[in-house]
Structure formats: C-alpha cells, structure tokens
Design a protein around this ligand. Structure first.
Ligand code: AHR
Length: 506
C-alpha cells in the first residue's frame, strides 16, 4: 500500500468551472450520425428518426455542448446541402472519409436533437473549400431573426425562431496535410481574421475559436499558434487544441503518462497565446477550446483510405475501449478541470460509434463503453469552482513523462449545494493507495454523498454488445470521514469519485 496526501483550501481557487468542459462531438463520419444518433425505422426512433435509446444515453453522459458537423468532414461541407426538404437534398462525395453523404441529417435536425438532449450547440464553418462569404451566410441563416433572404429561408424551412448559436469554430485542423485544403499559418490566420470580422458583423454576440495545432507533435506546433494569433488575436476568443492518446508500447504505466503530457500541452499553448498578448500590449486573454480529445489508436487503420463504392455510413474507427482507456479519459478530465482558468470548453470526440463512449448496432441495442463512466460522473458532480490541489505522492518514471505522481486528482466545491467533489486516479498498478484528504475551509462537519470506484483486474477488459456491464463503477466502502479529514483506500489502477457535503441533513 502506498500513502498519499491531498490538501485543498477554499481560499485557493483555480477558477470557476465552465461546464462546457463536458462537451462531445458529432461528425458526419462513419456511423456517428447515420445509425448512431439518427436511424429512421429503428425500434426506438421517433418520427424524426432520432434514436431515443441514444438520446437517453447522451443525456445520461451529461454532454453540455456538442460540436458539429466536423472534423475533417467540415472542410468539404456545403451547409446548404443539409437544409430544406429532404427529398431535394443532394447526395455528395465526402472526400474526408471516402464515403457517400446523403444529407438526410443537417443543421436543423442537429439543432432539434441537441436542444432535446439539453446541450448547447457548437458549430463550425468550412474554411477548407470555402471561406468568409459562406460563413457569414450560414450564420445569417442560423441566427438572424427575419426579413432577409437567408433568415426567411430558415423560417420557410420551419424554424421561425433563430437558432441563436453562440459558439463557432473557424475551420478544423487547418494545419494538417490530411485536411481538405490545408493552409499555412499565415494563410489560415488571415482568413480566420476576415471570417471572424464578418461573422461578428452579422451577430456580435458569437464566440469564436481559431484552429490551433491538431496535435502536440505537429512540426509546426507553437509557431502555428503564434502566427495564427498574430493575425486574428483581436477577433477571436479561443484557440483550439486536439489530442488523441496512443499506447505505442502497450504499457499502461507509459500510457497514463499522456495525462501529464496533456497538462504540459495546455500550459505551452497558454504561454504562446500570452506571449502574443504581450507583444500586442494587450490585457486580453485567449481561452482554450479542447474541442477534440480522446483515446484513439486501436482502430487507426483504413479510416483514411480510398474505399471502393463510396459506402454510406461505413464502420469507421469504432474503437472498443478498455479499462485502461477509461483511466486515461478520467485523467484527462482531471487535467482539464485543474486548468479551468484557461480551458473553457472541451469535446470528447466523438459521441457515438466513431471513437465514442456510446455504441450502437443498426436496428439493435445501444450500450456504454468503459470511457462513458468517468465522463458521466465528472459531468454530474463537477460544479462550482476548482480548488488548487496540493498533492504529495510518490512518483514513477516513464518515457512519456519523466516524473508521474501515482495520485492524479481534482477537487471542486459548489457553494450552491455545499458539495465537494473529489476525482482521483490511482496510477499505481499493483498497490492500493491510502489517500488522506484535508478539506480546509469547506465546513468541519462533512458528510458522505457518494463514493464510487471504477476498477478491474484486467486492464484490457471491455464492454461489448454481448457483455455491456463488464466494467462499471461500484461503491467504494473504504472511505472514512472525520470532520473535514477524509481517508480512502483506492484500488490499484482505479478511477474514483468521492462527494461530500457540508449541508445539514434534511
Ligand atoms: O475525430 C476524428 C477526426 O480526428 C476528426 O475528423 C479530425 O478533426 C481529427 O483528425
């Protein structure tokens, strides 16, 4: 057994948490939309073709914001193809995923779906094959009340009220050679600036995110952010970052080092953005939109290869997640929460089937992958303000990161409910961890609300259609409270959620 300490004080605050940290992503890719969220004829489908089983799981997941419609798909997308009468919508070649796009699901369907699961929409404009002109028209269609050709077209399509979409991404991964119409940092920075300018003229209330690097190891990482922000610093609110965790050495200990690497990635981008601010003598601070992140390495092949016949909704990157993937996802959430002063939105990519926490079979059931649980628990309990955690823990060395504490943790306190939520990962893979927690200034008579653990003897254990409940959270009975001091035993290689309250029992 190893022993660790975690101390928080109500006066030492990282930031209020922006609940948009618990976002997800729906791309027109593989079976995320078609036979994922939308499947007319499915036994649970409503009259619009929305699968109610997937809707229920999306609500349970607790997605607060959902990015749409891509992804790489975005850079060849014409928004006009996906609105209006369905029988008049064109079928197109999707050059990003070598698939056929029927456009039976588009902007208005997404808006209905999104609002119904209780999430905010995060839209993206195509800055690959298209540019500022289409972006301003798309925004006018969506957000302008009435009395112009495009706003009246929306009304004619059955949407009298404007959609009032606040969050917009300016393109997707424009630094990537795989992108349809990739750009250099200067080319993209210029077009992002002009697009943002026009979009704000149409609707000054929008929030805009410029594309940062597609991953930390892009050769242009750092200089890309610097040059892009040099152009569009005044016009945008966010810079994006994307990360997909890999496990090249098939080593859980190495794999979990991705979590610390992500913390560094965030801090490096903040440093670059703030150096641009310094150069411009500006007090403005650019925030981070972590708008694609997940584990993705097992189902990497064939997704980007030319497929004969341009299939409709093929099975693409349907990664089956295991227990260690759930630990990595929990750890990433901890890192994002601990950087809540600068990370204001994030999207687990993607929602269904395509590297998704939810899986479906066409005509069949839907189930929760292992990674569903840390996300849904964090979304449920992480509220209020993030407290700065003081962690005293033994460490280990890995190639992915030089010094990794066995304890990875985040603590939040919500004044409204009096609840304190502790999220903790035991990264020791053979030993239990006794964690001693001091909750200073949060009330001396804490009571336990929830104590759960996600653990499994087999790091490679998965949830499948045949066995959907192999990896599920259980109650942790080894938690003791004494005033504001808490002691818990965390199983080796486990994700843990402990919630206390200072509110008097009713
Ligand atoms: O999420 C899958 C793909 O990963 C997205 O389309 C792209 O933006 C990223 O490279």
């Amino acid at each position: 057994m190893i022993s660790t300490r975690l101390i928080v004080d109500s006066d030492f605050v990282v930031s209020d948490l922006d609940r948009r940290l618990f976002g997800t992503f729906v791309e027109h890719m593989g079976r995320c939309v078609y036979t994922g969220i939308y499947e007319p004829g499915h036994p649970t489908a409503d009259k619009r073709g929305f699968r109610q089983d997937v809707m229920a799981l999306s609500r349970e997941l607790g997605a607060t914001i959902v990015r749409y419609p891509g992804g790489n798909f975005l850079s060849g997308y014409n928004w006009e193809d996906g609105v209006g009468p369905k029988d008049q919508r064109p079928v197109r070649l999707d050059l990003a995923w070598y698939s056929k796009e029927t456009n039976q699901f588009g902007t208005n369907e997404f808006m209905e779906w999104c609002r119904e699961i209780g999430a905010e929409p995060m839209f993206a404009v195509n800055l690959g094959t298209r540019g500022p002109d289409e972006a301003r028209h798309f925004l006018e269609y969506c957000n302008h009340p009435s009395g112009t050709a495009l706003s009246d077209l929306r009304r004619q399509h059955g949407y009298e009220e404007p959609h009032d979409i606040k969050f917009w991404c300016l393109g997707n991964e424009m630094d990537g050679p795989w992108q349809i119409c990739m750009k250099t940092a200067d080319e993209y920075g210029r077009v992002a600036k002009e697009t943002a300018k026009l979009m704000r003229m149409v609707d000054p209330t929008v929030q805009l995110a410029a594309c940062g690097s597609s991953k930390h190891d892009m050769p242009t990482f750092g200089t890309w952010e610097d040059k892009v922000l040099d152009h569009c610093f005044d016009e945008v609110d966010f810079i994006s970052l994307h990360t997909y965790f890999e496990n090249p050495h098939n080593s859980t200990a190495e794999f979990l080092g991705n979590i610390d690497q992500t913390d560094l990635f965030i801090k490096e981008i903040v440093a670059v953005a703030d150096s641009v601010a310094a150069r411009k003598h500006s007090h403005k601070r650019i925030m981070l939109s972590f708008d694609e992140w997940n584990v993705w390495y097992k189902a990497r092949t064939v997704s980007d290869k030319h497929k004969p016949g341009w299939p409709e909704a093929p099975r693409l990157i349907e990664e089956v997640y295991n227990h260690e993937d759930a630990l990595a996802v929990g750890g990433a959430l901890i890192v994002m929460m601990n950087n809540a002063d600068r990370v204001k939105s994030a999207c687990l990519a993607q929602l269904v089937n395509v590297i998704g926490p939810i899986m479906t079979e066409p005509g069949g059931p839907a189930w929760r992958q292992t990674i569903f649980y840390p996300f849904s628990q964090a979304s449920r309990y992480a509220r209020g303000r993030v407290l700065r955690p003081i962690i005293q823990s033994p460490t280990y060395k890995a190639k992915t990161f030089p010094e990794i504490p066995y304890l990875c943790a985040s603590v939040l306190h919500d004044d409204a409910s009096g609840q304190t939520a502790i999220f903790a990962l035991n990264r020791h893979l053979t030993d239990e961890q006794e964690i001693n927690i001091e909750l200073r200034g949060l009330g001396d008579q804490q009571r336990l609300v929830e104590a759960s653990e996600l653990d499994h003897a087999d790091m490679k254990a998965t949830n499948t259609m045949a066995a959907p409940n192999t990896v599920v959270p259980n109650r942790n009975t080894a938690v003791q409270l004494d005033g504001h001091r808490l002691t818990a035993r965390l199983k080796p290689g486990s994700w843990n959620v402990i919630v206390t309250t200072n509110a008097k029992p009713a």
